[in-house]
Design a protein around this ligand. Structure first.
Ligand SMILES: Nc1ncnc2c1ncn2[C@@H]1O[C@H](COP(=O)(O)OP(=O)(O)OP(=O)(O)O)[C@@H](O)[C@H]1O
Ligand SMILES: [Mg+2]
Length: 368
């Protein structure tokens, strides 16, 4: 509508003899992103100004964002970073590769456990390519109305083809579960087939990123459509150290033993480390401290690791017992007494009382 009105205005200016202004206006219009111009073509219900929506819920099925690569700091093993760089190179030199007959479709599948940075990687790719990120909300895409899902998919892919962008199918397994794997087999088969058709109809130059926690649940036919498969592993000891240092930043006291911290956080994802860091930083800032409290950091990490190993710590006593057996050299009786504002005698009696109870045995979390 905006470009229509601007065109009308230019005509009017022309009629009134304001030729130069009319020309300037038309020049600017010509530079408007093609998508805005195609907004005039609202015939098929998809345009840049009008995000695709699910007919039933009226929710948008796509989020548009413009991640800036300077805001995103990925910490990945060299080999994985190398494969992401290779993908970027292929996208950037796609035309050249096509001419040489050596092009791959610009499609990458990122897989790995929750919290390992898959969504963040998609944002990083979009930032590096300086293209908008169209994130598909698979939850609203899978419509409760039978048959709607395929239509929703078509709209999303149409939308993505209108303008240079990165189309990102997050939580991809919701869409691309193996055929015959679900209760409503008929509907799921239709979705998978629609997905295959849409991917096949996509020009190779369209950038498609998909992320999933369950690579093994993906239909093999869908997996084959992606030229790049990139695993997101749990961070190893040295990457964990980098993550801790990055997120604690200048709030880290000099006394922190990074190797010990990395060792104690074995099995933690990047998301967990970030979460613990933000919690202790917040506590420090709100209590007017320039540095985080080391004991508080270990305590929060210990409680997070307890959750990861399915421990339910609902009382202070259970927390104390867990922390003591999780890292005894760190949680001395005196340290625990200070943390929980109790006497060492009380701490001793809590630990004695629980000895031989359900929390007495050290679980496999924490140490390698
Ligand atoms: N390797 C990493 N490098 C940098 N940040 C990371 C890394 N792994 C996780 N994070 C941080 O953890 C948070 C969660 O990451 P992200 O949302 O990308 O995980 P995900 O793999 O998409 O998880 P899910 O499967 O639950 O969607 C982000 O804020 C991100 O900054
Ligand atoms: Mg994610």
């Amino acid at each position: 509508m905006a470009s229509n009105y601007a065109g009308l205005l230019a005509d009017k200016l022309d009629q009134e003899g304001e030729r130069q202004q009319a020309r300037q206006l038309r020049e600017r219009l010509a530079r408007v992103v093609p998508a805005l111009v195609s907004a005039q073509d609202a015939g098929h219900g998809v345009s840049m100004g009008q995000l695709p929506t699910d007919n039933e819920s009226r929710l948008n099925t796509v989020d548009v964002s413009r991640p800036q690569s300077r805001d995103i700091d990925l910490v990945l093993p060299d080999a994985i970073q190398g494969r992401l760089d290779e993908f970027l190179q292929c996208v950037r030199h796609h035309d050249q590769l096509v001419r040489a007959g050596a092009a791959l479709p610009n499609r990458v599948l990122i897989y790995g456990p929750p919290g390992t940075g898959k969504t963040q990687t998609a944002r990083w790719l979009s930032g590096q390519l300086e293209l908008p990120l169209l994130t598909v909300r698979c939850d609203t895409l899978v419509s409760s109305l039978l048959g709607q899902t395929s239509r929703n998919l078509r709209r999303v892919f149409d939308y993505a083809e209108q303008t240079p962008s990165v189309l990102f199918l997050d939580e991809f397994d919701a869409l691309a579960g193996a055929r015959g794997n679900e209760r409503d087999v008929g509907e799921l088969q239709r979705v998978v087939i629609a997905l295959l058709q849409n991917i096949d109809a996509l020009p190779d130059s369209t950038i498609l990123v998909a992320a999933t926690n369950h690579e093994q649940l993906l239909d093999a036919a869908i997996g084959r459509r992606f030229a790049f498969h990139i695993p997101m592993p749990l961070p190893d000891a040295s990457l964990r150290t980098v993550l801790w240092q990055r997120w604690l930043g200048s709030y880290a006291p000099a006394s922190i033993d990074w190797d010990e911290l990395s060792d104690l956080s074995s099995g933690a994802t990047g998301a967990v480390i970030e979460h613990v860091c933000m919690d202790v930083k917040r506590t420090a800032i709100l209590s007017g401290q320039a540095l985080i409290d080391k004991n508080e950091l270990y305590r929060r990490l210990g409680l997070t690791q307890a959750m990861a190993s399915q421990e339910r710590l609902s009382t202070t006593e259970q927390e104390i017992v867990w922390l003591r057996q999780w890292a005894p050299e760190h949680f001395s009786l005196r340290a625990l007494a200070g943390m929980y504002n109790l006497s060492t005698r009380k701490i001793t009696s809590i630990i004695q009382a629980k000895k031989g109870g359900s929390h007495g045995n050290k679980k496999g979390v924490g140490r390698r």
